[in-house]
Design a binder for this molecule. Structure first.
Ligand code: HEM
Ligand SMILES: *[C@@H]1O[C@H](CO)[C@@H](O)[C@H](O)[C@H]1NC(C)=O
Ligand SMILES: *[C@@H]1O[C@H](CO)[C@@H](O)[C@H](O)[C@H]1NC(C)=O
Ligand SMILES: *[C@@H]1O[C@H](CO)[C@@H](O)[C@H](O)[C@H]1NC(C)=O
Ligand SMILES: *[C@@H]1O[C@H](CO)[C@@H](O)[C@H](O)[C@H]1NC(C)=O
Ligand SMILES: *[C@@H]1O[C@H](CO)[C@@H](O)[C@H](O)[C@H]1NC(C)=O
Length: 327
Protein backbone atom coordinates (compact mmCIF):
# COMPACT_ATOMS: atom_id res chain seq x y z
CA UNK A 1 0.00 0.00 0.00
CA UNK A 2 2.72 2.39 1.06
CA UNK A 3 4.69 1.30 -1.98
CA UNK A 4 1.90 1.93 -4.46
CA UNK A 5 1.11 5.23 -2.78
CA UNK A 6 4.65 6.40 -3.27
CA UNK A 7 4.60 5.07 -6.84
CA UNK A 8 1.55 7.21 -7.49
CA UNK A 9 3.11 10.29 -5.99
CA UNK A 10 6.33 9.56 -7.90
CA UNK A 11 4.35 9.33 -11.14
CA UNK A 12 2.60 12.55 -10.24
CA UNK A 13 5.95 14.12 -9.50
CA UNK A 14 7.23 13.15 -12.96
CA UNK A 15 4.00 14.29 -14.58
CA UNK A 16 3.99 17.61 -12.79
CA UNK A 17 7.63 18.26 -13.69
CA UNK A 18 6.85 17.41 -17.32
CA UNK A 19 3.92 19.79 -17.34
CA UNK A 20 6.15 22.50 -15.87
CA UNK A 21 8.93 21.87 -18.40
CA UNK A 22 6.42 21.75 -21.24
CA UNK A 23 4.82 25.01 -20.23
CA UNK A 24 8.24 26.70 -20.05
CA UNK A 25 9.26 25.43 -23.45
CA UNK A 26 5.88 26.54 -24.79
CA UNK A 27 6.61 30.07 -23.67
CA UNK A 28 9.87 29.88 -25.64
CA UNK A 29 8.08 28.37 -28.61
CA UNK A 30 5.35 30.98 -28.51
CA UNK A 31 7.90 33.80 -28.36
CA UNK A 32 9.58 32.39 -31.45
CA UNK A 33 6.27 31.94 -33.22
CA UNK A 34 5.63 35.63 -32.76
CA UNK A 35 8.60 36.36 -34.98
CA UNK A 36 7.61 36.24 -38.63
CA UNK A 37 9.04 37.24 -41.96
CA UNK A 38 6.13 39.54 -42.84
CA UNK A 39 5.89 41.25 -39.46
CA UNK A 40 6.17 44.81 -40.90
CA UNK A 41 4.39 44.06 -44.17
CA UNK A 42 1.61 46.59 -43.53
CA UNK A 43 3.19 48.79 -40.86
CA UNK A 44 6.44 49.56 -42.69
CA UNK A 45 6.50 48.32 -46.27
CA UNK A 46 9.63 50.38 -47.04
CA UNK A 47 11.66 48.59 -44.36
CA UNK A 48 13.61 46.08 -46.47
CA UNK A 49 14.49 48.65 -49.15
CA UNK A 50 15.69 51.20 -46.62
CA UNK A 51 17.89 48.74 -44.76
CA UNK A 52 19.34 47.24 -47.93
CA UNK A 53 20.05 50.60 -49.59
CA UNK A 54 21.72 51.98 -46.48
CA UNK A 55 23.77 48.82 -45.92
CA UNK A 56 24.93 48.90 -49.55
CA UNK A 57 25.83 52.58 -49.24
CA UNK A 58 27.77 51.87 -46.04
CA UNK A 59 29.62 48.96 -47.67
CA UNK A 60 30.42 51.14 -50.70
CA UNK A 61 31.83 53.71 -48.27
CA UNK A 62 33.93 51.06 -46.57
CA UNK A 63 33.69 47.33 -47.22
CA UNK A 64 34.44 46.51 -43.59
CA UNK A 65 31.11 48.03 -42.53
CA UNK A 66 29.41 44.82 -43.72
CA UNK A 67 31.55 42.74 -41.37
CA UNK A 68 30.94 45.14 -38.50
CA UNK A 69 27.16 44.97 -38.93
CA UNK A 70 27.21 41.18 -38.97
CA UNK A 71 29.21 41.14 -35.74
CA UNK A 72 26.85 43.62 -34.04
CA UNK A 73 23.93 41.23 -34.48
CA UNK A 74 26.01 38.37 -33.00
CA UNK A 75 27.08 40.41 -29.97
CA UNK A 76 23.49 41.57 -29.49
CA UNK A 77 22.02 38.06 -29.61
CA UNK A 78 24.53 36.38 -27.28
CA UNK A 79 23.73 38.74 -24.41
CA UNK A 80 20.18 38.30 -23.10
CA UNK A 81 18.89 37.60 -26.60
CA UNK A 82 18.54 39.74 -29.73
CA UNK A 83 17.10 42.83 -28.08
CA UNK A 84 19.22 45.75 -29.27
CA UNK A 85 20.92 45.96 -25.85
CA UNK A 86 24.36 46.23 -27.46
CA UNK A 87 23.38 49.55 -29.05
CA UNK A 88 22.73 51.49 -25.84
CA UNK A 89 25.21 54.25 -25.08
CA UNK A 90 26.74 54.75 -21.65
CA UNK A 91 25.84 57.95 -19.80
CA UNK A 92 26.35 59.38 -16.31
CA UNK A 93 23.77 57.05 -14.77
CA UNK A 94 23.96 54.06 -17.06
CA UNK A 95 26.66 51.58 -18.11
CA UNK A 96 25.81 49.45 -21.10
CA UNK A 97 27.59 46.69 -23.01
CA UNK A 98 29.74 48.82 -25.28
CA UNK A 99 32.71 48.71 -22.90
CA UNK A 100 32.56 44.97 -22.19
CA UNK A 101 35.79 43.04 -22.97
CA UNK A 102 34.83 41.85 -26.43
CA UNK A 103 33.18 45.13 -27.38
CA UNK A 104 35.33 47.99 -26.12
CA UNK A 105 37.33 49.68 -28.91
CA UNK A 106 36.18 46.88 -31.14
CA UNK A 107 32.51 47.01 -32.12
CA UNK A 108 31.69 49.33 -34.99
CA UNK A 109 28.85 50.11 -37.37
CA UNK A 110 26.75 52.09 -34.88
CA UNK A 111 26.53 55.10 -37.22
CA UNK A 112 25.13 52.87 -39.96
CA UNK A 113 22.41 51.65 -37.59
CA UNK A 114 21.67 55.27 -36.68
CA UNK A 115 21.35 56.16 -40.38
CA UNK A 116 18.92 53.29 -40.99
CA UNK A 117 16.87 54.17 -37.91
CA UNK A 118 16.70 57.86 -38.85
CA UNK A 119 15.30 57.00 -42.29
CA UNK A 120 12.78 54.58 -40.78
CA UNK A 121 11.60 57.15 -38.24
CA UNK A 122 10.64 59.41 -41.15
CA UNK A 123 8.41 56.87 -42.90
CA UNK A 124 7.18 54.65 -40.06
CA UNK A 125 7.93 56.24 -36.70
CA UNK A 126 8.22 54.01 -33.63
CA UNK A 127 7.41 50.89 -35.60
CA UNK A 128 10.64 49.00 -36.31
CA UNK A 129 12.84 47.81 -33.45
CA UNK A 130 16.60 48.31 -33.41
CA UNK A 131 17.01 44.58 -32.73
CA UNK A 132 15.21 43.82 -36.02
CA UNK A 133 17.32 46.40 -37.88
CA UNK A 134 20.44 44.51 -36.75
CA UNK A 135 19.01 41.19 -37.96
CA UNK A 136 18.18 42.55 -41.43
CA UNK A 137 21.44 44.53 -41.74
CA UNK A 138 23.45 41.38 -40.92
CA UNK A 139 21.62 39.40 -43.59
CA UNK A 140 21.99 42.14 -46.21
CA UNK A 141 25.69 42.58 -45.44
CA UNK A 142 26.40 38.89 -45.94
CA UNK A 143 24.44 38.79 -49.18
CA UNK A 144 25.95 41.97 -50.61
CA UNK A 145 29.45 40.64 -49.95
CA UNK A 146 28.76 37.48 -51.93
CA UNK A 147 27.25 35.18 -49.30
CA UNK A 148 23.91 33.42 -48.93
CA UNK A 149 20.61 35.03 -48.10
CA UNK A 150 17.74 33.90 -45.89
CA UNK A 151 14.33 35.01 -44.70
CA UNK A 152 14.82 37.14 -41.60
CA UNK A 153 12.26 36.57 -38.88
CA UNK A 154 11.05 39.85 -37.34
CA UNK A 155 9.01 41.24 -34.48
CA UNK A 156 11.65 41.53 -31.76
CA UNK A 157 11.29 44.43 -29.37
CA UNK A 158 14.09 46.51 -27.85
CA UNK A 159 15.39 46.10 -24.34
CA UNK A 160 14.99 48.79 -21.70
CA UNK A 161 18.40 47.94 -20.33
CA UNK A 162 21.75 46.26 -20.92
CA UNK A 163 24.14 44.20 -18.82
CA UNK A 164 27.90 44.60 -19.19
CA UNK A 165 28.64 41.72 -16.81
CA UNK A 166 26.52 39.43 -18.96
CA UNK A 167 28.38 40.64 -22.07
CA UNK A 168 31.67 39.76 -20.37
CA UNK A 169 30.33 36.31 -19.54
CA UNK A 170 28.53 35.37 -22.75
CA UNK A 171 30.61 36.83 -25.59
CA UNK A 172 33.16 34.19 -26.58
CA UNK A 173 36.85 35.09 -26.17
CA UNK A 174 39.50 34.50 -28.87
CA UNK A 175 41.72 32.73 -26.31
CA UNK A 176 39.09 30.04 -25.63
CA UNK A 177 39.51 26.36 -26.44
CA UNK A 178 36.92 24.28 -28.28
CA UNK A 179 35.33 23.06 -25.02
CA UNK A 180 34.69 26.57 -23.79
CA UNK A 181 33.49 27.79 -27.20
CA UNK A 182 31.08 24.89 -27.39
CA UNK A 183 29.67 25.74 -23.99
CA UNK A 184 29.40 29.47 -24.92
CA UNK A 185 27.19 28.41 -27.81
CA UNK A 186 25.26 25.85 -25.76
CA UNK A 187 24.51 28.61 -23.22
CA UNK A 188 22.37 30.34 -25.85
CA UNK A 189 20.90 27.15 -27.30
CA UNK A 190 23.24 26.83 -30.27
CA UNK A 191 24.81 23.54 -31.30
CA UNK A 192 28.33 22.41 -32.02
CA UNK A 193 27.54 22.56 -35.73
CA UNK A 194 26.24 26.12 -35.31
CA UNK A 195 29.59 26.99 -33.70
CA UNK A 196 31.47 25.65 -36.71
CA UNK A 197 29.20 27.18 -39.36
CA UNK A 198 28.77 30.58 -37.67
CA UNK A 199 32.52 30.87 -37.09
CA UNK A 200 32.61 31.09 -40.89
CA UNK A 201 31.50 34.71 -40.38
CA UNK A 202 35.24 35.25 -39.96
CA UNK A 203 35.44 35.03 -43.74
CA UNK A 204 34.75 38.77 -43.36
CA UNK A 205 36.37 41.59 -41.47
CA UNK A 206 39.42 42.34 -39.40
CA UNK A 207 40.97 41.71 -36.02
CA UNK A 208 43.42 43.80 -34.02
CA UNK A 209 46.92 42.61 -33.23
CA UNK A 210 46.02 42.41 -29.54
CA UNK A 211 43.46 39.66 -30.27
CA UNK A 212 45.83 37.37 -32.22
CA UNK A 213 49.19 38.13 -30.56
CA UNK A 214 49.07 35.13 -28.17
CA UNK A 215 48.37 32.86 -31.12
CA UNK A 216 51.29 33.96 -33.29
CA UNK A 217 53.82 33.78 -30.44
CA UNK A 218 52.58 30.83 -28.38
CA UNK A 219 50.53 28.42 -30.48
CA UNK A 220 52.02 25.27 -31.95
CA UNK A 221 49.13 24.59 -34.30
CA UNK A 222 50.03 27.41 -36.72
CA UNK A 223 51.76 27.56 -40.09
CA UNK A 224 55.35 28.73 -39.33
CA UNK A 225 55.56 31.03 -42.36
CA UNK A 226 52.17 32.51 -41.52
CA UNK A 227 53.22 33.13 -37.91
CA UNK A 228 56.48 34.70 -39.12
CA UNK A 229 54.72 37.16 -41.44
CA UNK A 230 52.25 38.16 -38.76
CA UNK A 231 54.97 38.67 -36.14
CA UNK A 232 56.47 41.42 -38.25
CA UNK A 233 53.10 43.21 -38.35
CA UNK A 234 52.22 42.50 -34.75
CA UNK A 235 55.28 42.70 -32.50
CA UNK A 236 55.42 41.37 -28.96
CA UNK A 237 54.91 44.89 -27.67
CA UNK A 238 53.08 47.72 -29.43
CA UNK A 239 50.98 48.02 -32.58
CA UNK A 240 47.99 46.72 -30.60
CA UNK A 241 45.48 48.17 -33.04
CA UNK A 242 47.12 47.04 -36.28
CA UNK A 243 44.52 45.20 -38.32
CA UNK A 244 44.73 41.87 -40.05
CA UNK A 245 42.01 40.16 -42.12
CA UNK A 246 40.40 37.30 -40.21
CA UNK A 247 40.31 35.50 -43.54
CA UNK A 248 43.91 36.19 -44.51
CA UNK A 249 43.09 35.79 -48.20
CA UNK A 250 39.70 37.42 -48.95
CA UNK A 251 38.43 39.43 -45.95
CA UNK A 252 36.02 41.44 -48.12
CA UNK A 253 34.31 38.50 -49.74
CA UNK A 254 31.94 36.05 -48.11
CA UNK A 255 33.24 32.63 -49.20
CA UNK A 256 34.56 29.37 -47.69
CA UNK A 257 38.25 30.30 -47.85
CA UNK A 258 38.18 30.78 -44.06
CA UNK A 259 37.83 26.98 -43.75
CA UNK A 260 40.54 26.32 -46.34
CA UNK A 261 42.84 28.53 -44.27
CA UNK A 262 42.12 26.39 -41.22
CA UNK A 263 43.23 23.26 -43.12
CA UNK A 264 46.65 24.89 -43.65
CA UNK A 265 46.83 26.14 -40.03
CA UNK A 266 46.24 29.72 -41.08
CA UNK A 267 43.36 30.57 -38.77
CA UNK A 268 44.04 34.04 -37.35
CA UNK A 269 42.56 33.68 -33.88
CA UNK A 270 43.33 30.90 -31.46
CA UNK A 271 39.56 30.28 -31.34
CA UNK A 272 39.44 29.95 -35.14
CA UNK A 273 42.10 27.25 -35.26
CA UNK A 274 40.43 25.44 -32.34
CA UNK A 275 37.68 24.27 -34.68
CA UNK A 276 40.30 22.46 -36.79
CA UNK A 277 42.59 20.91 -34.23
CA UNK A 278 42.05 17.14 -34.14
CA UNK A 279 38.60 17.26 -32.65
CA UNK A 280 35.02 16.47 -33.50
CA UNK A 281 34.72 19.65 -35.62
CA UNK A 282 37.40 18.62 -38.13
CA UNK A 283 35.10 16.71 -40.52
CA UNK A 284 32.66 19.65 -40.60
CA UNK A 285 35.50 22.06 -41.39
CA UNK A 286 36.73 19.79 -44.19
CA UNK A 287 33.19 19.53 -45.55
CA UNK A 288 32.69 23.31 -45.62
CA UNK A 289 36.12 23.82 -47.21
CA UNK A 290 35.08 21.59 -50.10
CA UNK A 291 31.38 22.37 -50.38
CA UNK A 292 30.57 26.07 -50.30
CA UNK A 293 26.82 25.48 -50.82
CA UNK A 294 26.70 23.27 -47.74
CA UNK A 295 28.47 26.01 -45.76
CA UNK A 296 26.03 28.63 -47.05
CA UNK A 297 22.99 26.50 -46.14
CA UNK A 298 24.28 25.78 -42.63
CA UNK A 299 25.37 29.38 -42.11
CA UNK A 300 21.91 30.64 -43.06
CA UNK A 301 20.27 28.12 -40.71
CA UNK A 302 22.66 29.12 -37.94
CA UNK A 303 21.90 32.81 -38.44
CA UNK A 304 18.16 32.16 -38.18
CA UNK A 305 18.69 30.14 -35.00
CA UNK A 306 20.92 32.85 -33.57
CA UNK A 307 18.31 35.47 -34.47
CA UNK A 308 15.71 33.47 -32.53
CA UNK A 309 17.57 33.71 -29.22
CA UNK A 310 15.18 34.96 -26.49
CA UNK A 311 13.38 37.76 -28.32
CA UNK A 312 11.34 40.31 -26.40
CA UNK A 313 7.80 40.20 -27.77
CA UNK A 314 4.27 41.44 -27.08
CA UNK A 315 4.40 44.25 -24.56
CA UNK A 316 7.93 43.43 -23.35
CA UNK A 317 10.54 46.13 -23.83
CA UNK A 318 9.81 48.93 -26.28
CA UNK A 319 10.38 50.22 -29.79
CA UNK A 320 13.18 52.75 -29.44
CA UNK A 321 13.14 56.03 -31.30
CA UNK A 322 16.92 56.31 -31.05
CA UNK A 323 18.80 53.00 -30.95
CA UNK A 324 21.33 54.44 -28.48
CA UNK A 325 18.82 55.36 -25.76
CA UNK A 326 16.20 53.39 -23.86
CA UNK A 327 13.05 54.95 -22.51
C1 HEM B 1 33.20 31.48 -32.03
C2 HEM B 1 33.50 32.45 -31.22
C3 HEM B 1 33.97 33.80 -31.70
C4 HEM B 1 35.03 34.48 -31.20
C5 HEM B 1 35.97 34.04 -30.09
C6 HEM B 1 35.13 35.71 -31.96
C7 HEM B 1 36.09 36.68 -31.73
C8 HEM B 1 36.32 37.77 -32.57
C9 HEM B 1 37.39 38.71 -32.42
C10 HEM B 1 38.45 38.68 -31.31
C11 HEM B 1 37.30 39.59 -33.43
C12 HEM B 1 38.23 40.77 -33.69
C13 HEM B 1 37.81 41.94 -32.82
C14 HEM B 1 38.81 43.06 -32.77
O1 HEM B 1 39.99 42.87 -33.06
O2 HEM B 1 38.42 44.18 -32.40
C15 HEM B 1 36.17 39.22 -34.22
C16 HEM B 1 35.74 39.89 -35.34
C17 HEM B 1 34.61 39.54 -36.06
N1 HEM B 1 33.68 38.58 -35.70
FE1 HEM B 1 33.93 37.14 -34.34
N2 HEM B 1 34.12 35.75 -32.87
C18 HEM B 1 33.38 34.60 -32.76
C19 HEM B 1 32.25 34.28 -33.47
C20 HEM B 1 31.65 35.11 -34.39
C21 HEM B 1 30.33 34.93 -34.94
C22 HEM B 1 29.37 33.80 -34.54
C23 HEM B 1 30.11 35.95 -35.81
C24 HEM B 1 28.90 36.27 -36.64
C25 HEM B 1 27.96 35.40 -36.95
C26 HEM B 1 31.32 36.74 -35.83
C27 HEM B 1 31.54 37.83 -36.64
C28 HEM B 1 32.70 38.58 -36.65
C29 HEM B 1 33.02 39.54 -37.69
C30 HEM B 1 32.22 39.79 -38.95
C31 HEM B 1 34.21 40.17 -37.30
C32 HEM B 1 34.95 41.31 -38.04
C33 HEM B 1 34.34 42.62 -37.57
C34 HEM B 1 34.93 43.87 -38.19
O3 HEM B 1 35.82 43.79 -39.04
O4 HEM B 1 34.47 44.95 -37.79
N3 HEM B 1 32.20 36.23 -34.93
N4 HEM B 1 35.58 38.12 -33.66
C1 LIG C 1 28.88 57.22 -46.44
O1 LIG C 1 29.89 58.21 -46.41
C2 LIG C 1 29.38 59.55 -46.48
C3 LIG C 1 30.56 60.49 -46.60
O2 LIG C 1 31.48 60.25 -45.56
C4 LIG C 1 28.53 59.84 -45.24
O3 LIG C 1 27.99 61.13 -45.27
C5 LIG C 1 27.39 58.82 -45.21
O4 LIG C 1 26.66 58.99 -44.00
C6 LIG C 1 27.95 57.41 -45.26
N1 LIG C 1 26.81 56.49 -45.36
C7 LIG C 1 26.64 55.45 -44.58
C8 LIG C 1 25.39 54.68 -44.75
O5 LIG C 1 27.45 55.10 -43.74
C1 LIG D 1 37.54 50.95 -22.77
O1 LIG D 1 38.55 51.54 -23.57
C2 LIG D 1 38.93 52.84 -23.14
C3 LIG D 1 39.86 53.43 -24.19
O2 LIG D 1 40.91 52.56 -24.48
C4 LIG D 1 39.57 52.72 -21.78
O3 LIG D 1 39.98 53.99 -21.31
C5 LIG D 1 38.56 52.12 -20.82
O4 LIG D 1 39.16 51.88 -19.56
C6 LIG D 1 38.02 50.79 -21.35
N1 LIG D 1 36.91 50.37 -20.52
C7 LIG D 1 36.86 49.18 -19.94
C8 LIG D 1 35.69 48.93 -19.09
O5 LIG D 1 37.72 48.34 -20.10
C1 LIG E 1 23.78 40.71 -15.40
O1 LIG E 1 24.35 39.50 -15.84
C2 LIG E 1 24.99 38.76 -14.81
C3 LIG E 1 25.72 37.60 -15.48
O2 LIG E 1 24.85 36.87 -16.27
C4 LIG E 1 23.94 38.31 -13.82
O3 LIG E 1 24.55 37.58 -12.78
C5 LIG E 1 23.24 39.53 -13.26
O4 LIG E 1 22.19 39.14 -12.42
C6 LIG E 1 22.68 40.40 -14.38
N1 LIG E 1 22.20 41.66 -13.82
C7 LIG E 1 20.96 42.08 -13.98
C8 LIG E 1 20.62 43.40 -13.37
O5 LIG E 1 20.14 41.43 -14.61
C1 LIG F 1 39.75 24.61 -21.92
O1 LIG F 1 39.85 25.80 -21.19
C2 LIG F 1 39.31 25.71 -19.88
C3 LIG F 1 39.31 27.11 -19.27
O2 LIG F 1 40.53 27.75 -19.47
C4 LIG F 1 40.11 24.71 -19.05
O3 LIG F 1 39.56 24.59 -17.76
C5 LIG F 1 40.04 23.37 -19.76
O4 LIG F 1 40.88 22.44 -19.09
C6 LIG F 1 40.50 23.47 -21.21
N1 LIG F 1 40.20 22.22 -21.87
C7 LIG F 1 41.06 21.60 -22.65
C8 LIG F 1 40.62 20.33 -23.26
O5 LIG F 1 42.17 22.05 -22.89
C1 LIG G 1 21.07 57.05 -19.84
O1 LIG G 1 20.86 55.90 -20.64
C2 LIG G 1 19.72 55.15 -20.27
C3 LIG G 1 19.70 53.92 -21.15
O2 LIG G 1 19.63 54.28 -22.49
C4 LIG G 1 18.48 55.99 -20.42
O3 LIG G 1 17.36 55.24 -20.02
C5 LIG G 1 18.59 57.24 -19.61
O4 LIG G 1 17.49 58.07 -19.87
C6 LIG G 1 19.87 57.98 -19.94
N1 LIG G 1 20.05 59.10 -19.03
C7 LIG G 1 20.47 60.28 -19.41
C8 LIG G 1 20.67 61.27 -18.34
O5 LIG G 1 20.68 60.56 -20.58
Amino acid sequence: MALSYSMVSFKCFIACISVLILSFSNVEARQKELLSIDYYYYSCPQLYDIVRDTVVEAINNETRNGASLLRLHFHDCFVNGCDGSVLLDDNSTFTGEKTAFGNNNSLRGFEVVDAIKAKLEKVCPLIVSCADILAIAARDSVFHLGGPTWDVRLGRRDSLTANRTAANVFIPAPSSNITVLKSNFADVGLSFKDLVSLSGAHTLGFARCTTFRPRIYNDGNISPSFAQTLRSKCPNVGNDDVLQGLDVKTPSHFDNIYYKNLLTKKGLLHSDQEIYNSNKADPIVRKYSRDVSKFYRDFAKGMIKMGDISPLVGNQGEIRQNCRVAR
